[in-house]
Ligand binder design. Structure first.
Ligand code: GLN
Length: 544
């Protein structure tokens, strides 16, 4: 097994994850099998309980693992499916060591960070790498060198480096090269962070300088001299117009070849198709389609996978359009007297997943706007549930609500007739559960698709597998009345409704699952391909 360890210096948020994913892509384009491990030095066991407002979206893996959004970058760049084992956190490592200790696993010894925690870290990395049956394992260490939280992980890497053959492990350090107000590239922050790394016993093999522009020869030779790496191992990673352009940029810097040599891999031909496709897309200066994403976290990162999935779909050569996103705060819609101000020129409306009652009214308003004006619509998870509620309220004239918000809104309503009808509810067997912690339905689940439907047109299969992260379902008591009134549930997982469509509309589809988590540039998600196609057609229809 070959290991590429990626650390970061100076600042967090430098795009270390994208850089690591790009390195992976370069190697994949040489037909090596690549896997990735993300280390998050926080004490949470996983990202499941983290607020997307602070951390960006919670990314869901096929085994139901809830992870940091970097795992999403890896899956999208590499078109692989990872599991929660590929996300190692301080919490997981300590939990495992403490459980061993309770079982008497340390035979009376004092349990310490070195060697017990570091041994556990090394064991987990190696086990995951070996199990993945890959040629190369990229390990990204979250945070910045020098953080207290990251120390045990860096120490474990130092030990691994002694234990592995020289050509089996390299260290790539991603750092910031700022530009001062007279336009000079400054190397001091890089020098300091490499010094910090060296003080922990780690000498980088490659230094990648994140900078607004390409690093000058002078900057490169300065970094090379002060940080003890060859000049051709100082690599520019300047701000790219599109994250998918980064692998090709690093390729031009000859990083791919450098890594191949350093790891003593056999030289292989580079397949450049992936680079060319994204390049062609970024150079398109054709028309764009406008889409409104009606969300509430005020932060694009909270819907990262949705944004990426839209792009994956749009990159298709024959689509010939670009995506123009408008981020609409659901609460702004609630306050507005004229939805046209936000939604009028849109070729598509998307309501993504979410939790909690805040903003739901605005999302329902947007869904109604799309349904009534026959604008292409895609609803995801909460967007699916709110589509059900919208239809129930407006067409079926039911005072409809989701159990999630009913409990929240009217806990004191004793008179049952005053309560709204939960068309979205827990399944009957779950309704008595008091503590809902840990009861979410997570990860891959199978869905049966009805032949004569839009969903079948998109997926071209009658059985699919998609990722989930939800607790509530369409209440089985209401399914018949929906179906009698123009809604089609074209995808089902046993008694659970998974896909809703309104066949009388040009493109109105909503899914209980999250199609965005299984989308990559190599294989865009069918629901998104269809949605983007529908937007392009809608735009053309409007023109003619
Ligand atoms: N809050 C809803 C549920 O728990 C939807 C979840 C989501 O959109 N991810 O079922």
């Amino acid at each position: 097994m070959k290991y590429i360890i990626v650390t970061g210096g100076v600042l967090s948020g430098l795009g270390k994850g994208i850089t690591a994913a790009s390195i992976g892509r370069m190697l994949k384009n040489r037909e090596y099998k690549v896997t990735v491990i993300k280390i998050d030095p926080y004490i949470n066991i996983d990202a499941g309980t983290m607020n997307p407002f602070q951390h960006g979206e919670v990314y869901v893996l096929k085994d139901g693992g809830e992870a940091d959004l970097d795992l999403g970058h890896y899956e999208r760049f590499l078109n692989v499916e990872l599991t929660s084992d590929h996300n190692i956190t301080t919490g997981k490592v300590y939990l495992s060591v403490i459980q061993q200790e309770r079982r008497g696993g340390f035979l009376g010894k004092t349990v310490q960070i070195i060697p017990h925690i570091t041994d556990e870290i090394k064991r987990e990395i190696r086990e995951v790498a070996e199990k993945s049956d890959s040629d190369i394992c990229i390990v990204e260490i979250g945070g910045t060198v020098g953080d207290i939280e990251g120390m045990p992980f860096l120490e474990a890497i130092r030990q691994m480096r002694r234990e592995e053959k020289k050509e089996n492990l390299i260290l790539v350090h991603v750092t910031l090269v700022p530009i001062n107000n007279i336009g000079e590239q400054k190397t001091k922050p890089t020098q300091h962070s490499v010094k910090e790394l060296k003080s922990l016993g780690l000498q980088p093999d490659v230094i990648i300088g994140r900078c607004r522009d390409s690093l000058s020869e002078e900057t490169k030779s300065k970094i090379s001299l002060f940080c003890d790496v060859p000049e051709n191992a100082v690599i520019s990673n300047y701000d790219a117009k599109d994250i998918y352009l980064v692998p090709e940029m690093l390729e031009r810097e000859e990083l791919g070849e450098y890594i191949v040599k350093k790891l003593k891999l056999d030289g292989r031909k580079v397949d450049t198709r992936w680079y060319r496709r994204i390049k062609a897309y970024s150079e398109r200066n054709k028309d764009s389609i406008k889409i409104a994403l009606v969300g509430k976290y005020g932060l694009e990162d909270a819907y990262l996978s949705v944004k990426e999935a839209l792009k994956h779909a749009c990159v298709r050569e024959d689509y010939n359009h670009k995506i123009e996103m408008r981020w609409v705060e659901a609460e702004d819609l609630e306050e507005s007297t004229n939805l046209d101000d936000y939604l009028k020129e849109m070729h598509g409306i998307l309501v993504p997943g979410g939790f909690g009652v805040r903003g739901t009214k605005g999302k329902i308003d947007a869904i109604r706007y799309a349904r009534e004006r026959d604008i292409p619509f895609l609803g995801i998870c909460l967007g699916f549930q709110l589509s059900v509620i919208e239809f129930a309220r407006d067409v079926l004239k039911i005072n409809a609500q989701s159990r999630e918000f009913e409990e929240f809104n009217s806990p004191a309503v004793e008179d049952q007739s005053q309560r709204s009808s939960c068309v979205i509810d827990l399944l009957p067997e779950q309704r008595e559960i008091k503590d809902l912690g840990g009861t979410m339905r997570l990860g891959d689940q199978e869905i049966d698709i009805e032949k004569n439907s839009l969903a079948y047109e998109l997926y071209k299969r009658d059985k699919i597998r998609e990722r989930h992260r939800h607790r509530y379902e369409v209440n089985p008591d209401y399914i018949e009345v929906f179906e009698e009134n123009g809604v089609k549930f074209s995808g089902k997982g046993g008694e659970r409704m998974e896909i809703l469509e309104i066949p009388s509309n040009r493109f109105f589809i909503a899914t209980q699952f999250h199609p965005e988590f299984r989308s990559s540039l190599d294989e865009p998600a069918p629901a998104f391909l269809g949605f983007v196609r529908a937007m392009i057609d809608f735009k053309k229809d409007q023109k003619s």
